[in-house]
Design a protein around this ligand. Structure first.
Ligand code: 5GP
Ligand code: ZN
Length: 136
């Protein structure tokens, strides 16, 4: 289902033109307008879901299969040698467009645009506390 005023609904459903790499009944893969690097693409479901929490399980598994196929194609055609999949959910995670999308970011041998964070150093006890909090 589409959501009024959602830009990715309009792009996914072809109401706004985009640089489309792939389209089927349920998905469109487009080039990001402000890419991190060459070939940076977004997989968009045509049916609106705000984020991963809302995305139906069937779409979630289909997205990963599409990502795998497109990853192989990108490696062949662009000669990329690595790939980051990034998927932001919610403002706290940096999501700026509230329509689920999976970033596909091909990487190149000359590429130094790494996706980085400063590794933490929790104690064994802190790790165990969070493990229990999640599983119990
Ligand atoms: P987020 O931060 O929500 O994970 O990523 C949103 C992404 O969508 C950004 O990388 C941004 O450049 C891209 N984007 C935003 N508006 C448009 C648009 O109208 N067309 C395309 N192709 N990409 C867009
Ligand atoms: Zn939408």
């Amino acid at each position: 289902m589409k959501k009024e005023e959602c830009i990715f609904c309009k792009i996914a459903n072809g109401e706004i033109p985009s640089k489309t790499l792939y389209e089927d009944e349920k998905f469109r893969i487009i080039l990001d307008l402000k890419p991190i690097g060459r070939g940076h693409a977004l997989i968009l479901p045509k049916a609106h879901a705000d984020d991963l929490y809302e995305l139906p399980e069937e779409s979630a598994s289909a997205v990963m299969i599409l990502a795998k196929k497109m990853a192989i194609k990108m490696a062949e055609k662009l000669h990329s040698v690595g790939l980051n999949l990034v998927q932001n959910n919610g403002e706290a995670a940096g999501q700026t467009v509230r329509h689920f999308h999976l970033h596909m970011i091909p990487r190149y041998s000359s590429d130094d645009e790494k996706i980085n964070w400063i590794p933490g150093s929790p104690t064994e006890e802190e790790l165990e506390t969070v493990r229990k909090q999640i599983v119990e």
